[in-house]
Design a binder for this molecule. Structure first.
Ligand code: ADP
Length: 399
């Protein structure tokens, strides 16, 4: 049985067709510059040549049709007919306070996605357009919305409420939601399996360190806290996002630099994080590592601040859960940067945590880098958000 996974951005559409019998990827690809001059489809079918198509794609309807066409193309396709797709799973950024689970799309689900436009102004409109484009192209096909905020839906008020006037929560639903939910959900489940923990008696911390970065505390499979908030700007230091700062900085710098609040938030999203801290060396950790290895002071300070922040959150979440059984690193940086894992774990000796540097430096894929006698397991588990969405889609539809 094949599930198509779609992740629509404002001008892009990423897709994967997954054969759920063995969870293999039949094809994946990307449509870029939708609605902009120079639209392009890049299609990577398993075991066949990469196919690229450059033509005007004025909207997501055209892009969805292009994807369906290439999936059934005689030469580059991987299925004979669209009827070989059982369902479509859509990544949707924000489900607001309404959804703490994935759900089959109906009119009400679309209304909620629309209601959450102001909470996810860049993503939610594109996500809805993607769903409606699929409905138009394949009216009989079931669509499932998998919300990035859903995993955080299990948090208690003490974790999700901000200490601001209650009326902003009541009137505008201002609270912590958390993001990267599909990744935290997938990786925490895999952690429980891989570490041989009892799901009903488990305390797990997942550090999703990619371009965006967030960390979650998961007790018995349920998220009890996570670092991103109303928006994905809060929490850890990220590629270009600041993570936690004193909110008064916004007004202070805006006054000095003659900037609006909107311009300041844009700077906190796009010009901050390790990129801003390093004075523009890079948002990519490969470049920062190269600079650090050459002794660049700004790169060293930046990476020290980055790992220090991760370690502080691990301490906080260990306290929140009254213990931790396993800490898992995932996403681009978490999976590929042994020195980041070492620098974080150097703070955690008080937990009785020890890592095996040989495994840390040399192992690939999914592995346990805790040393013998470590009281806490330390793992690397590659995240796979598309597979997580496909599994959720099957589960929601009872397939
Ligand atoms: P996102 O999905 O949030 O865009 P990723 O999870 O792909 O981000 O992570 C991207 C970051 O991961 C890059 O900016 C880079 O710093 C880091 N990264 C990716 N691959 C490697 C690698 N092989 N070695 C070191 N760092 C890597």
């Amino acid at each position: 049985m094949n599930i198509l996974v779609l992740n629509c951005g404002s001008s892009s559409l990423k897709y994967q067709l997954i054969n759920m019998d063995d969870e293999s990827v039949l094809a994946k690809g990307l449509v870029e510059r939708i609605g902009i001059e120079g639209s392009r489809l890049t299609h990577k079918p398993s075991g066949k040549d990469v196919y690229t198509e450059q033509r005007d794609m004025p909207d997501h309807n055209v892009a969805v049709k292009a994807v369906l066409n290439v999936l059934i193309d005689e030469k580059y396709g991987v299925i004979k007919d669209a009827s070989e797709i059982a369902a479509i799973g859509h990544r949707v950024l924000h489900g607001g306070k309404y959804y703490s689970d994935s759900i089959a799309v109906n009119e009400d689900v679309k209304r909620v996605i629309r209601e959450c436009f102001d909470l996810g102004p860049l993503h939610n409109p594109a996500n809805l357009i993607g769903i409606e484009a699929c409905e138009a192209a394949m009216p009989e096909m079931p669509n499932v919305a998998v919300f990035d905020t859903a995993f955080g839906g299990s948090m208690e008020p003490k974790a999700y409420l901000y200490a601001i006037p209650r009326e902003y929560y009541e009137k505008y639903s201002v609270r912590r939601y958390g993001f990267h939910g599909t990744s935290h959900s997938f990786v925490s489940k895999e952690t429980i399996k891989f570490a041989g923990l009892n799901k009903n008696n488990s305390k797990v911390i997942v550090a999703h360190l990619g371009n965006g970065a967030s960390i979650s505390a998961v007790v018995n499979g349920k998220c009890v806290d996570t670092s991103m908030g109303l928006t994905p700007l809060e929490g850890l230091i990220m590629g270009t996002r600041s993570g936690d700062i004193d909110p008064a900085i916004v007004e202070f710098v805006a006054n000095k630099e003659n900037l609006t609040i909107g311009e300041m938030i844009n700077i906190l999203n796009k010009k901050s994080g390790v990129y801003g801290m390093s004075n523009g060396i890079s948002s990519d950790f490969r470049d920062l590592k190269a600079a650090m290895d050459k002794g660049d002071k700004l790169a060293i300070e930046t990476i020290q601040a980055y790992t220090y922040r991760v370690a502080k959150y691990i301490g906080a979440y260990t306290a929140a859960m009254n213990g931790v059984d396993a800490i898992t690193f995932t996403a681009g940086v978490g999976e590929n940067s042994p020195y980041i894992r070492t620098m974080v774990c150097e703070y955690l000796g008080y937990l009785g945590l020890k890592i095996d540097e040989d495994i840390n430096n040399n192992a690939k894929g999914m592995f346990d880098l805790s040393a013998e006698g470590s009281k806490v397991k330390v793992l690397v588990i590659p995240t796979n958000e598309e597979l997580a969405i496909a599994r959720e889609t099957m589960q929601v539809l009872g397939l």
